[in-house]
Design a protein around this ligand. Structure first.
Ligand code: NAD
Length: 483
C-alpha cells in the first residue's frame, strides 16, 4: 500500500494542519472496502483560517509577483509533479479505485495543466477603448482575489490542476476543498507546490465533508469566485450559499452525453471510442458518453459490435490495470446497481454485460459494464446520470430526430457526432445544446486547451483553456481625462 506522506492533514498557511476540532474521517479503499487511513474533518474554523491565509498571500508575497514570475513558479510546480508522478498515481489509484494506467494519465494531465497555464500567466491582456476626445480608457483583467474550489472524487489530482492552475496564473490565491471520498493526492499536491516555491497561502487545502467544510467555503464572505465541480444538487446549494455574499460561481456539473452514430459512420473508429467513453474511470466521468443514439437502420449492427467489445472488458483490482476497476464507494455502488436492477425490472433489453471474475475482493465496489437497448427516451436510464459503466442505446429515425433526442435531457455537456457527411457534421453540431462537440472523435487528447462546461443542468462558466483565466479574472475599466 502506498501511504500518502501527508495522511490525516490539511494544508494551510504553507504547512500541514489538523482540523481545529481534531476530528477525522475514514479513508476507504474502493478495491476492498477496508479502512486504510484517515483524513482531517475540517470545519468552518479551518475554512476561515484558510481564507485568511489566502487573503494575506493575495495581498502579500503571491499577489505582488510579476506575471512572468508567477508563470515560472507554476512551470516549476508542473515539473515537480512530473518528478513525483508514479507515487502520485499510486496514491490516486488506491484512493479512487481507478486503474493504475488511468491514474498515471491523470497525473500527466495535471502536469500539462500547470505547463499550459504557466505559459499563459503573462499573456492575459486587457484592451483599450476609443472613447471621447481627450480621454484614454484601459480595460484591465485583474485577479478576482481569493478563489474557492470544491471538487469531486472522480479525478482529484486532475481537478486540482484544472481548477487551481488558471486561477493562480491570473494571480489569485486559492482554497480548495477536495471530496471527502478522495482527498489524499490533493494534499500531496499542495505540499509539492510549496516545495516548488509557491509562496505560503497561495494554495490552501481544507479536507472534510461537503455539508460542513464545503458549505463553509461557499458561504465565506472572503471568497470572491467559487469554482464548483460536482453534482447539480450540491451545485445548487453552493450557488445559493455564495449568493448571500454575491460571489461569482462557475458550476461544472454532470452530463448525459450522447454519441450520435449515423449509418455512414466509420464504425472501426466509432465503436472503440464509444466503449472507452463509457468505461473510462468506471463511467464516473462527467463527460462519459452514456447514451449512444444510433440511426435505426444500423441499430442492430452497431449494438452487436458494441456488445462484442463489452464482452472483452476486464474488471479487476486497480493495481492489475484492468479496463474497469471498482466504483468509489458503497453509496455509488448501490446507486448504479439500482439503475441496473430497475432497468431489468422494466424489461429494458439487456444487450451485453461484462463477465465478473471470481477472484475480486469481496468488499470492493465492482460493477460489470453493461449495455442496455433499445432504451425508451423517457426511461430514467436515458435521462439521468448513472455515473457508472452503463451505456444506453437508443435508435433514431433521421437527422432531426437525432438532434431532438440528443437535446432531450436536462443536461448539456458534451456530444459525439459520427458521420462521414460533412454538411451533416456541421448542421448537427450547431444544433446541439452542449458545451463541447466532438466530430468523429471523443474526448480527444485530454482537451486542456479547449473551453469546457455546460448548458442547462450541466452548469455555467467554462473551465480549461484561456476561457478559465477569464472566469477567474475581473474587468476593471480605467478612464483618464488627459486633455
Ligand atoms: P458531489 O456534488 O456530491 O460532491 C462534489 C463536491 O462538493 C465534494 O467535494 C463534496 O464534498 C462537495 N459538497 C457536497 N455537498 C456540498 C454542499 N452542500 N456545500 C458545499 N460543498 C458540497 O459530487 P460527487 O459525488 O463528488 O461527484 C459526482 C458528480 O460530479 C457527478 O454529478 C458528476 O457528473 C459531477 N462532475 C462534474 C464534472 C464537470 O466538470 N462537469 C467533473 C467531474 C464530476
Amino acid at each position: 500500500m502506498i501511504a500518502a506522506q501527508t495522511a490525516g492533514t490539511m494544508f494551510i498557511e504553507g504547512t500541514f494542519a489538523p482540523a481545529a476540532s481534531g476530528e477525522t474521517l475514514p479513508v476507504i479503499d474502493p478495491a476492498t472496502g477496508a479502512t486504510t487511513g484517515a483524513i482531517s474533518a475540517g470545519g468552518a474554523d479551518d475554512v476561515d483560517r484558510a481564507v485568511r491565509s489566502a487573503t494575506d498571500s493575495f495581498e502579500g508575497a503571491w499577489g505582488r509577483l510579476a506575471a512572468a514570475d508567477r508563470g515560472r513558479l507554476l512551470a516549476r510546480f508542473g515539473t515537480t509533479i512530473g518528478q513525483h508522478a508514479e507515487r502520485l498515481a499510486r496514491i490516486e489509484s488506491q484512493d479512487t479505485g481507478k486503474p493504475i494506467s488511468q491514474a498515471r494519465a491523470d497525473i500527466t494531465a495535471a502536469v500539462r495543466y500547470f505547463e499550459y497555464y504557466a505559459g499563459a500567466a503573462d499573456k492575459l491582456h486587457g484592451e483599450t477603448i476609443p472613447y471621447l476626445p481627450g480621454y484614454a480608457v484601459q480595460v484591465l483583467r485583474v485577479p478576482a482575489g481569493v478563489t474557492g474550489h470544491i471538487i469531486p472524487w472522480n479525478y482529484p489530482a486532475q481537478m486540482f490542476a484544472r481548477s487551481l492552475a488558471p486561477s493562480l496564473a491570473v494571480g489569485n490565491a486559492t482554497v480548495i476543498k477536495p471530496s471527502e471520498d478522495a482527498s489524499q493526492s490533493v494534499v500531496e499536491l499542495a505540499k509539492l507546490g510549496a516545495e516548488s516555491g509557491i509562496p505560503a497561502g497561495a494554495i490552501n487545502v481544507v479536507t472534510g465533508l461537503g455539508e460542513t467544510a464545503g458549505d463553509a467555503l461557499a458561504r465565506h464572505p472572503g471568497v470572491d469566485v467559487l469554482d464548483f465541480i460536482g453534482s447539480p444538487e450540491a451545485g445548487t446549494l453552493v450557488q445559493a450559499a455564495a449568493a448571500a455574499h454575491h460571489a461569482r460561481c462557475i458550476l461544472e456539473l454532470g452530463g448525459k452525453s450522447a454519441q450520435i452514430v449515423f449509418e455512414d459512420a466509420d464504425l472501426d473508429a466509432a465503436v472503440p471510442a464509444i466503449v472507452r467513453a463509457i468505461i473510462q474511470n468506471g463511467g464516473q466521468t462527467c463527460s462519459a458518453g452514456s447514451r449512444v443514439l444510433i440511426e435505426a437502420s444500423a441499430f442492430d449492427q452497431v449494438t452487436q459490435l458494441l456488445a462484442a467489445e463489452f464482452a472483452r472488458l476486464r474488471i479487476g483490482v486497480p493495481s492489475s490495470d484492468p479496463d474497469v476497476g471498482p466504483l468509489i464507494n458503497g453509496a455509488q455502488f448501490a446507486r448504479v446497481r439500482g439503475y441496473m436492477d430497475r432497468a431489468q425490472r422494466d424489461a429494458v433489453g439487456l444487450l451485453a454485460r461484462s463477465t465478473r471474475p471470481g477472484d475480486l475482493p469481496g468488499g470492493g465496489f465492482y460493477v460489470e459494464p453493461t449495455l442496455f437497448g433499445p432504451v425508451h427516451e423517457r426511461h430514467e436510464l436515458a435521462c439521468e446520470e448513472v455515473f457508472g459503466p452503463v451505456l444506453s442505446a437508443l435508435p433514431f429515425r433521421d437527422e432531426s430526430d437525432a438532434i431532438r433526442l440528443a437535446n432531450a435531457t436536462e443536461y448539456g455537456l458534451v456530444a459525439g457526432v459520427w458521420t462521414e457527411n460533412g454538411g451533416r457534421q456541421t448542421r448537427v453540431s450547431r444544433a446541439l445544446r452542449v458545451g463541447q462537440v466532438f466530430i468523429n472523435c471523443y474526448g480527444a487528447g485530454g482537451g486542456i486547451e479547449l473551453p469546457f462546461g455546460g448548458f442547462k443542468r450541466s452548469g455555467h462558466g467554462r473551465g480549461k483553456g484561456f476561457a478559465a483565466m477569464h472566469e477567474f479574472s475581473t474587468l476593471q475599466t480605467i478612464t483618464q481625462k488627459f486633455a
